[in-house]
Design a protein around this ligand. Structure first.
Ligand code: SPV
Ligand code: MG
Length: 670
């Protein structure tokens, strides 16, 4: 679409204001002229080509446009008879540049807001801005409207008419018909009439929709009083407070356009979603909150940047009471629907307004997110994230994953409740599940090479941090190698338990022979591991088996303090009791003396406790250690039995995931 701006008029009714430049260069605000405002808005709307007709002061006008240095191709056409003709003749002079394209036609003295322009641009086919709320002007344009379409435009029509502003969007066929009629008029010498006379000649032949802009800013400036009124209205509009929330860590052209459009509506506050809020519903942000906030604060048009702590806008709407909240129109239909509804009801309380811009899911930006994901999966990025997440969130969750497929499940499973999203933060590579998956007992029989293979499978297809179940850690001399390998791979934490000899799974408790290591030996192993690691990110967690082996709370606490003293980055306390009392007692006693070392729990037995309750008591990591494996096995047994019983597979179909969906589980670039 090409824009045509008519600037050949002399602007004589403006008095001294137009003694040295054309009317369109009149300032409407301290930072804008009528023309600079129009051109900026055209550029923001994505229009690239503009034709400007000129007359008196054409050189001043051309120099001015060049100095604005906007991303627009502007061509100028001078109407040499500007003082003897009307703009119908200016259009005629420019006709060769105006064929074969949709045209956005406006008078050079028209001041409008982006809202009015957006309404016009959103209209399918041709349209003209009219107002159903403004009184009919005595001497200015009115449009006669029939069935929503403009039939005639002129100053003489009062019946079935609305106030109309010369801002048109014309589909190329409609425009060509009008242009042909304009040419016919001019070639007959009728050059002192309005171009609309030619339009009226075609009558109902053109389908130009009446686009009702109501009270939105859309006004011509003919004299000093008009200028004062428009400037006043603009000042009010510019003082409106506008709020937009961004969670992105890669600012691309699409975001910049939204910000620009939002800034056009008033003083723009950008809510930058905190890392925790972003991670709750999509991936962990590549760029931390502080940097994203600094980046956005530097974007022109952004007046202020504030944190938004959750997907919900409530906190910030109540705090800042914005006049307008801006969002893409896609959220009416996705998981954010309840968030949108909350925004609408909060705004309604004080007369605020939600403005939704058409959402464009431009494929050219889609690969940016893939790149971000790839980066998040790199060892350094992934390893460091666990520590940061624990610090940011207070409590994180890890779900067991024992294969690439279960890794994808932990990576991608999201549930939405009340507009909030929930995902697991990390993956747990369980010795129990890793061994069981291979049909072997959980006795450190599956060797490290094989365990590392599982990690590799996970790493290839996921980005979330990994917590590795290191069993006893083996001999101290072997443990240091394990630490270095895991650290190099990008694993974030190893958990080693204070047992020695033939390790058995803790859930057997005292039913089997298990030996606890001495505080001295185990502390020595921790110290060796800490000395072996190369980065500050890698965490060694000491797992205390005193409650499992019924050695009592005091023993557990003594060990916990000793292991933390030896350099353990976290303490895991385990229990196989259904009631959480001994875990709670440990956490309470430990936190009395140590308020910072993260506490890890594995609530397989004491599974009635919610994450919120754990957090309240001072727990930092909740590991769901084996639920996925335990879910898949009964489903497989049932399927196998169904096939055996029926001598065929048909009866098992209802138990199975359709083959088409299986294929979709695996992303293509993996
Ligand atoms: C594992 O998942 O392998 C664990 C946790 O070590 S537990 O099975 O509860 O001991
Ligand atoms: Mg284990």
């Amino acid at each position: 679409m090409k824009a045509l701006i008519l600037n050949s008029g002399t602007g004589s009714r403006m008095g001294v204001l137009t003694s040295e430049h054309p009317k369109c260069m009149t300032e409407v605000s301290p930072t804008e002229t009528i023309l600079s405002r129009q051109l900026n808005m055209l550029a923001d709307a994505g229009i690239k080509d503009v034709v400007i007709t000129t007359g008196k002061f054409d050189n001043v006008l051309m120099d001015y446009c060049r100095a604005l240095d906007l991303p627009l191709n502007i061509s100028f056409v001078k109407n040499k008879d500007y003082d003897k003709t009307n703009y119908i003749y200016s259009i005629y002079c420019a006709r060769e540049q105006l064929t074969g394209e949709d045209i956005l036609l406006m008078h050079g003295d028209l001041v409008f807001g982006s809202e009015a322009l957006d309404l016009l641009l959103a209209c399918v086919g041709s349209g003209m801005t009219v107002s159903s709320t403004l009184p009919l002007p005595e001497k200015d344009f009115k449009a006669v409207i029939e069935d929503g379409f403009v039939r005639k435009v002129g100053i003489e029509f009062f019946d079935d008419a609305m106030a109309a502003q010369p801002l048109y969007k014309l589909a190329k066929e409609d425009w060509q018909a009008w242009l042909d009629e304009i040419s016919a008029f001019c070639e007959r010498g009728e050059t002192k009439v309005y171009a609309e006379n030619a339009l009226n000649q075609i009558g109902g032949g053109l389908k130009i929709k009446a686009v009702d802009v109501g009270d939105l800013l859309c006004a011509e400036i003919d004299n000093a009083e008009d200028l004062a009124a428009v400037s006043e209205k603009l000042k009010k509009l510019e003082n409106r407070s506008v709020y937009v929330c961004l969670s992105t860590d890669i600012l691309h052209g699409g975001h910049m356009r939204i910000l620009k459009r939002a800034a056009r509506l008033g003083k723009l506050t950008v809510g930058v979603m905190t890392d925790e809020a972003v991670a709750s519903y999509k991936r962990y942000p590549l760029v931390p909150y502080e940097e994203r906030a600094a980046l956005l604060a530097g974007v022109s048009g952004v007046c202020r940047v504030v944190p938004q702590n959750s997907l919900s806008y409530r906190e910030n709407i109540e705090k800042f009471k914005p006049d307008i909240v801006v969002h893409g129109d896609n959220w009416a239909h996705n998981f954010q629907k309840p968030v949108r509804e909350e925004v609408i009801s909060l705004l309604k309380e004080y007369g605020g307004e939600l403005r939704e811009f058409p959402y464009s899911d431009d494929p050219k930006y889609a690969h940016l997110d893939d790149r971000a994901r790839a980066e998040l999966s790199l060892p350094d990025m992934r390893r460091a994230r666990l520590k940061k997440m624990i610090a940011d969130k207070g409590l994180i969750t890890a779900m067991e994953a024992h294969s690439g497929l279960t890794g994808l499940l932990v990576e991608n499973t999201v549930v939405y409740e009340n507009g909030q999203a929930r995902q697991f933060d990390a993956m747990w590579v369980s010795s129990l599940c890793d061994s069981t998956e291979k049909g072997k007992p959980d006795i450190e029989l599956v060797d490290m090479t094989s365990r590392f293979r599982t990690i590799d499978d996970l790493m290839e297809v996921t980005t979330k941090p990994i917590i590795f179940d290191g069993d006893t850690g083996g001999l101290k001399e072997h443990f240091v190698y394990t630490v270095r390998t895991l650290e190099r791979m990008g694993v974030s934490m190893i958990i080693i338990e204070d047992k020695m000899g033939l390790k058995k799974n803790s859930l057997f408790g005292t039913e089997v022979r298990q030996t606890q290591d001495s505080i001295e030996n185990f502390s020595e192993k921790i110290r060796a591991g800490k000395a072996a690691q190369k980065t500050g990110d890698f965490m060694i967690c000491a797992r205390i088996e005193s409650l499992i082996l019924e050695q009592g709370l005091e023993d557990a606490l003594e060990r916990a303090f000793a292991f933390a003293e030896a350099g353990a980055d976290a303490i895991m306390i385990h229990s196989r009791k259904k009631e959480p009392d001994e875990i709670f007692a440990f956490v309470e006693a430990f936190r009395k003396k140590d308020d910072h070392t993260p506490i890890v729990v594995v609530p397989t037995s004491f599974n009635s406790v919610t994450e919120e309750e754990f957090k309240k008591r001072g727990v930092n990591v909740v590991i769901y250690a084996n639920q996925l494996l335990r879910a898949e096995f009964p489903a497989m047994v049932k399927t196998a039995e169904t096939i055996l019983k029926n001598h065929r597979a048909q009866e098992a179909d209802s138990l199975l995931m359709p083959f088409k969906e299986i294929i979709r589980l695996i992303p293509e670039d993996n």
